[in-house]
Structures are given as C-alpha cells and as structure tokens.
Design a protein around this ligand. Structure first.
Ligand SMILES: Cc1ncc(COP(=O)(O)O)c(C=O)c1O
Length: 451
C-alpha cells in the first residue's frame, strides 16, 4: 500500500472494516457479516439501526452495573475535564487513593492493599510477579515455581497463558514461562451434570496439590493461581470443599494462594468477591472488569497485609516494587471505579444478584431436556449451556448460535467451544431472566438444531 508520509496530505479515511485485526474473532466471518454495536443503555445494546439487543453477557462479563449509568458517566466526564492524566510513579492523585481505600474496606480479611493496572491479564501477571518477589524478599528465593490449573484463564500475557490451561490460548506461543505446573480441572460431566451452585463431587481434586508438592517440593513453589469459579472455559463452579482444601494445603506449605476474580469480583456471585461467598481468604485477589463496570480499562491486585509489609523493609527512599504501568491508577479509571462502587452500594447490586440466583438457576435449568443440551451449570448470576457439538466441526454450532442470537433474536451472548455462557448485568429483572431463558435462548437453540 502506498501511504502518504506527510500529515498535511492525510485525508479522512472511509470506514473500512479491514484494517482492524480483531482478537479472539474469526475476522473473515465477522467482516462478511458484522455484528456492529452503536450504543448501549442499562440492559441493552443497540445496533446501527436502533434495534435493541438484550445483553446476556454484561459485555464481556464486565458491565455489572448495566450500561451507560448516569453516575458513572458523570464521574468520567468530570474527571476527563479536571485531570486527564497524572503519574502514579513517584506522584499521586486523590482518586486512586480513594479507590484503594474503598477496595481495602470491601475486600475480605486483611486484603488491605490494592495494586492497579489496566486489565485482567496485567492483573494476573502482576500477582505472579508480586508472588515471586515476595518469596524472595522473605528469604525463600528458591520458590520460583507457579502452579495454575487446566482449563484456567488468566488473560493473554505470558504469565497468564503459562499458568492458564486453555489449550488454544497456549499452543501457538512457544514454551512460555518455565517451571510451571497445573492442577487438574474440576469438571466431570458424569458426576456433576446439571449442577446448581457448587457441585457435590470433586472436592478431593484439591488433594492433587499435595501430589505436586511431593513431586516438586514445597521449597520450589511460590504460588498457586486459580479462578474460584472458572469462567471463560465454560463456567465451572468450585466443587464443595475444594477451595478450602487448596487454602489449607497452601498455608501448610508456605505457598501463596491467588484467586483470579476478574469475573467473580464485584457481585457476580452475590458477594463482593467469591472469596467472601466461599469463606476462603486467598493471599491475593486479582480483579478487573466490574471494578469500573467495564467503562474504563482498569485491573488490579488486592494483597494481604503481610505481603505488603514484607516489601517495606529497605530505606524509605528506595523503590520497593519495580513493577507498574504508565496508566496504573489512571485518574479517569479511578473516578469511574469510585462511582461504580458507589452505584453498587446505593443499589445494593451484589445482594440483588444473590437474591436473583435461584430465579436465574430455575429459569436456566428448565432447558434441561432440550435435545441439543448436554449440560447446564449455574452459580450466582452466571450460567452455561453445553450444546451437542456438530460432528467434526467443534465450535460451529455455538458460533452459529451467537450469530443467530445477534441478528435474529436480539440477544448478545458469549460462547466458548460449544458452550453458551450467560452473565447478564446485575440490574436485570426477573422478567428479563424469563425473557432470556424462556424466549430468546430456546429460539436460538431451535435455530441451530438442524445443523
Ligand atoms: C479470570 C480472568 N482472568 C483474566 C482475564 C483477562 O482479562 P483482560 O481481558 O481484561 O486482560 C479474564 C478475562 O476474561 C478472566 O476471565
């Protein structure tokens, strides 16, 4: 392509779909039949023609407070006009301290410190780096091994894909971090099909951590990272007792336990964090998405008191953690975060999610018996519907379901493999839950039944 190098000759370009290389998207299929979103309000997206599309997945599991909520919009506008950017290396601004204080109050136990970044992927890598540095600072420098879990998702950076366990996200990208091992995933359809909340079967799988400790020796292991509820792989709630057991084994062996709460944080499971719902306090919690209800990119790590304290050991003027991002604690994100937490509090949205859980589960599980459906799992305001794959074409039925949902059934949903994942904004009503599972999803399933 012949491109003009002199800005004076730059022309406005026609709106061309081609130059945007879309991630996690089949580009050619999308560009042949785009699913274009023009605006959003509360529970709905709107396409270019103004057609309302029910948001069945809170965008990408992130708009927990619903779309374009006035108090958050106003906070963003005010912040953009007042303080566009301020460094948080060696300088600070009030909003980021306010947000950290709010999070420290919300987080369970002594998870009293917040480190900020811009996404869930950065949050995962930040937590892994903090874990390694902490072990070294406390005199356990041989603890360099990181343990993740099969089917885990911790974003797309090198640390995250190394401890993650979704094959397609890993196989193209070389050897990744060394010294990583994985726990087995916790899903067993024979034992757990159609589970509501925590499955009864599978708690014993946490014992696999003891096996890894025996294999590698505790003195080589820095941290274990798991999603308390695995989201992106298709909604796998933790089996009863599983997380408590992981906690016990980690404590026994001096291994840090990290919960990746990028999806489960901020009300998704009816509590501030899944840690609170399951009564298990990890050493770190990673978060993103719901912290700003998806409005401005932000992520972070909540850290226990003892970890932060361990770093505060050198002379006062010496930097304790050589890690951070230009946009760590960005003023606009921080303002959005504070306004979002206010809204969650004022509308009691986490409790609302908890109250709707049974209704949501009842409505979802009514789809049991549909000939296309192989399993349904629900917990909090999250649900997954496994569809029978088309022979020889895994993922095609779900892809078509997503296409048809958007174009023909006014519904936005998330798919992974042949699973439909649902996680509507926490403001959804009982009648919208009926609409979702009683009308839209059955119509979508019908539309892909013949394939
Ligand atoms: C558990 C978990 N961790 C990390 C991430 C990555 O977040 P991001 O896409 O903001 O980098 C996600 C995204 O879905 C997630 O679900």
């Amino acid at each position: 392509m012949n491109k003009p190098t002199n800005p004076a000759t730059w022309e406005p370009s026609p709106n061309n779909l081609e130059p945007f290389w879309m991630g996690f998207t089949p580009n050619r299929a999308f560009k042949a039949r785009p699913r274009m979103i023009a605006r959003a309000k509360d529970m709905h997206y709107y396409d270019m023609s103004g057609r309302a599309i029910l948001d069945g997945s809170a965008g990408l599991w992130c708009t927990n407070a619903g779309h374009c909520r006035e108090p958050i919009v106003a906070a963003i506008q005010k912040s953009a006009a007042e303080l566009d950017f301020a460094p948080t290396f060696q300088y600070g601004h009030p909003k980021v301290f306010e947000l950290a204080s709010r999070l420290a109050t919300m987080a369970p136990g002594d998870l009293n410190y917040a480190f900020f970044c811009n996404s869930g992927s950065e949050a995962a890598d930040s937590a892994l780096k903090i874990a390694l540095a902490y072990q070294r600072i406390r005199g356990e420098a041989s603890r360099t091994r990181l343990i993740g879990r099969e089917r885990g998702y911790h974003g797309v950076n090198f640390g995250g894909i190394s401890v993650g366990g979704m094959v397609a996200n890993r196989k193209m990208f070389g050897t990744m971090l060394g010294g990583v091992d994985h726990l087995p995933h916790t899903y067993n359809r024979k034992e757990q099909a159609y589970s509501r909340g925590e499955p009864n079967w599978g708690g014993h799988l946490a014992e696999e951590l003891e096996r890894l400790v025996t294999l590698h020796d505790a003195s080589t292991i820095a941290a274990v990272i798991v999603e308390p509820m695995a989201g992106s792989t298709g909604v796998l709630a933790p089996p009863k007792g599983y997380l408590k057991k992981l906690r016990e084994i980690c404590t026994k062996h001096g291994i840090l336990l990290i919960f990746d709460e990028v999806i489960t944080g901020f009300g998704r499971l009816g509590a501030s964090f899944a840690a609170e719902r399951f009564g298990v306090i990890p050493d770190m919690i990673t978060f993103a998405k719901g912290i700003t209800s998806g409005t401005v990119p932000m992520g972070g790590v909540m850290v226990r008191q003892g970890i932060y304290d361990a770093f505060m050991n050198a002379n006062d003027h010496v930097i304790e953690l050589f890690h951070g991002y230009t946009y760590t604690g960005h003023p606009i994100a921080a303002a959005a975060g504070v306004a979002t937490l206010d809204l969650y509090r004022d509308e009691d949205l986490f409790a609302r999610a908890g109250k709707l859980e049974n209704k949501f589960a009842d409505a979802a599980h009514k789809l049991q018996g549909n000939p296309l459906v192989e399993d349904i799992r629900t917990i909090g305001l999250v649900g997954a519907i496994d569809m029978k794959p088309i022979e020889g074409k895994p993922g095609l039925r779900a892809y078509k379901a997503m296409e048809n949902a958007f174009h023909d059934h006014n519904l936005l949903l998330r798919i992974t493999g042949d699973t439909i994942a649902l996680s509507p904004p926490l403001i959804n009503t009982e009648s919208q839950i009926d609409e979702l599972f009683g009308e839209r999803i059955p119509a979508v399933l019908k539309s892909v039944a013949h394939l």
